[in-house]
Write a protein that binds this ligand. Structure first.
Ligand code: GCB
Length: 606
């Protein structure tokens, strides 16, 4: 009897339990209902709404439910009387009390919804860092990681008419988190990217990828590998792939895992390849046919570019041709002032500055940027290095930390797998050497390759100097990456007069990227070239560094640090930094510093 009761209870829970489901790729291209706009919020420093006064999670955590079970729960809070902030958006720049805040904020959004035909997923572009979501009082997901999307199936929780979503977001820094406690950027909290509902049929296309196979220049035919996955392991479902401009229309049929693969052959002459000079993308449609009749039950469309990228010896080849990556590093911060960037317009402004600088490449540091930014870069012909926040001193020995990093890597790849402009997945930045770190990062490199072999793997390493002026790049991780990249700060954390004497040895037959160099300057501050913080100091640092880089054998690209001054709590120098890292070539208000022109001229010659 007891067993029966507990089984029944389990069934009841399962029937109503919503959960995070695998990421829906290209969710924006489907039927969506935006939940962006004003959300009520309550700042909850001691997490009163989640724990009781003994720090036990409360069963009825009263903030969880907009219509609490017990009326007395309403006594000490009222979302509807609380202020609102714009979502998407960080809380730090929307409420001055929250500028430095790290902790929990509760959000509430009410909305009307009609009866959906199929399933409904609640999709978050990102929320930093740990998020719990309740729909009409029921928990629908718990997500960790501040820069990747997640979605939950909320079909059974939605009702016709008024609905309520409650979200708890906590951006406390933690030793075992990814990133860990110390990092050089602002810990913007909140629901920082779009939120929307997506309607999908019961059986839908969860994910598909299209990748151009490498071929030699004389090949008459080019092959595109297509792979499709449904949300359910259903065998025998028919799909049609169409690329109208190439007159491609081909069938696929799922296996018992709900997957299929296909090779599309296109005459080489007909296929325009994506490149910075010609960022060609093709309209692609993938249709799922209803088994009951010739009706399309699901459709996904996208604009997809085709290119190859490979490392050969010390060169990087794009579409078979050697290319120098004229790059710049970028943080995901709005072009004017601070705050998280989260729209195509934000991305366009930053990327236009990069173009003006003569860039064909950007390092989107130090975490996956929003999808609009990657897509806008693709449209503008800018190649991308995309990375996960395994930054500095991660808890290498902690299995949970590894699982977290792997999950972020997976979701970054899954979201952007069809973006031709992403040529590098980066797995880490400036990580101190140890056996545990090598184990952690090599597993990540293997994982990345198991998901995607159509891109290069790299990570920003550190150079270990062999003697005072002789620098040797020595890192066990060289064997797991395709491109060896390293950061160096000659002229900033070391005397600029050392630059001409520096020798660089990269003892690996792999392409090398200098993934950071630079120094700080306060826009408008002028003086001698040896006077720190002046524009002239930074200008001279760029002159000396670019001359030094010209002597590095096998250098195939660089992403100086950084496009624009960005907020960082580590940068406390009054009157100069004022909580901004000042290494930007643009000020935080978009004014160009003198060093901008040095780099621009250098890139013109590359
Ligand atoms: C680095 C880090 C970067 C910092 C930069 C700096 O090496 O990778 O995140 O912001 O140095 O300004 O010190």
């Amino acid at each position: 009897m007891k067993k029966l009761l507990s089984t029944l209870m389990l069934l009841v829970t399962l029937a109503t339990q919503a959960a995070e489901v695998p990421l829906l790729q290209n969710a924006m291209a489907r039927k969506t209902t935006s939940l962006n706009g004003p959300w009520h919020y309550i700042v909850d420093v001691q997490e009163e709404g989640y724990y009781d006064y003994r720090m036990n999670p409360t069963r009825w955590g009263f903030f969880r439910n907009a219509k609490p079970q017990r009326p007395e729960d309403l006594i000490e809070y009222d979302f509807d009387k609380a202020a609102t902030m714009q979502i998407p958006g960080d809380w730090n720049t929307q409420d001055e009390r929250l500028f430095f805040y790290e902790g929990t904020v509760w959000f509430k959004k009410s909305f009307n919804y009609g009866k959906p035909k199929g399933r409904v997923l609640l999709y978050f572009g990102a929320a930093n860092y740990e998020t719990y979501v309740w729909v009409n009082g029921q928990e629908v997901c718990h997500h960790i990681g501040g820069f990747t999307p997640f979605n939950a199936d909320v079909t059974d929780q939605l009702r016709e008419g008024e609905n309520v979503v409650i979200v708890k977001v906590d951006n406390k820094r933690k030793a075992e988190a990814v990133p860990t406690q110390i990092f050089d950027w602002w810990n913007y909290g909140g629901i920082t990217r779009d939120v929307f509902l997506v309607e999908v049929p019961d059986v839908y296309i969860e994910h598909f990828s299209m990748k151009l196979q490498k071929a030699d220049a004389k090949a008459k035919q080019r092959d595109i590998n297509v792979s499709v996955k449904l949300n359910k392991p259903i065998k025998g479902r028919i799909l049609t792939l169409k690329i109208p401009e190439l007159k491609v229309s081909l069938p696929l049929m799922t296996n018992d895992e709900g997957r299929d693969v296909l090779q599309v052959n296109v005459p080489a002459k007909k296929l325009q390849l994506w490149s910075p000079d010609n960022p060609k993308r093709y309209h692609v449609e993938l249709l799922l046919v209803d088994p009951a009749g010739p009706v399309v039950s699901d459709i996904v469309t996208d604009s997809i570019g085709f290119r190859t990228v490979e490392a050969r010896g010390k060169q990087i080849l794009l579409n078979g041709q050697p290319i120098f990556l004229k790059g710049i590093s970028i943080h995901e911060e709005k072009a004017h002032g601070g705050g998280r960037a989260n729209s195509t317009a934000d991305a366009h402004e930053l990327l236009s500055w990069a173009k003006e600088l003569g860039c064909n490449f950007v390092r989107l540091a130090h975490y996956p940027h929003n999808e609009y930014a990657v897509r806008e870069a693709e449209r503008m012909g800018i190649m991308v290095w995309s990375e996960i926040p395994c930054y500095w001193t991660i808890a290498w020995k902690n299995p949970g930390t590894y699982a977290n990093a792997e999950r972020q890597l997976t979701d970054m790849i899954r979201r952007d797998e069809n973006r031709a402009n992403i040529i590098i997945w980066s797995i880490a930045n400036e990580t101190p050497h140890s056996a545990e770190r090598d184990n952690f990062l090599s597993r990540l490199a293997h994982h990345s390759r198991s998901l995607d072999t159509s891109r290069l793997i790299s990570m920003a390493m550190e150079v270990t100097g062999a003697s005072n002026y002789k620098n040797r790049l020595q890192d066990n991780m060289h064997q797991y990456v395709d491109v060896v990249s390293f950061n160096q700060y000659i002229g900033w954390y070391r005397d600029v007069n050392d630059a001409p004497k520096m020798e660089w040895e990269i003892p690996y037959d792999k392409p090398a990227i200098v993934s950071e160099f630079g120094g700080g300057a306060k826009y408008g501050l002028h003086g001698e070239k040896n006077q720190r913080w002046t524009e002239e100091f930074q200008e001279n640092l760029y002159i000396e560094n670019t001359a030094m880089l010209d002597k590095i054998e096998g250098l195939c690209g660089t992403t100086p640090w950084i496009l624009k001054d960005f907020r960082s709590p580590r940068r406390v120098l009054d009157g100069i930094q004022d909580y901004y890292n000042r290494k930007g070539l643009f000020s935080d208000n978009g004014e160009k510093k003198k060093a901008f022109y040095v780099l621009k001229q250098w890139y013109e010659k590359k």
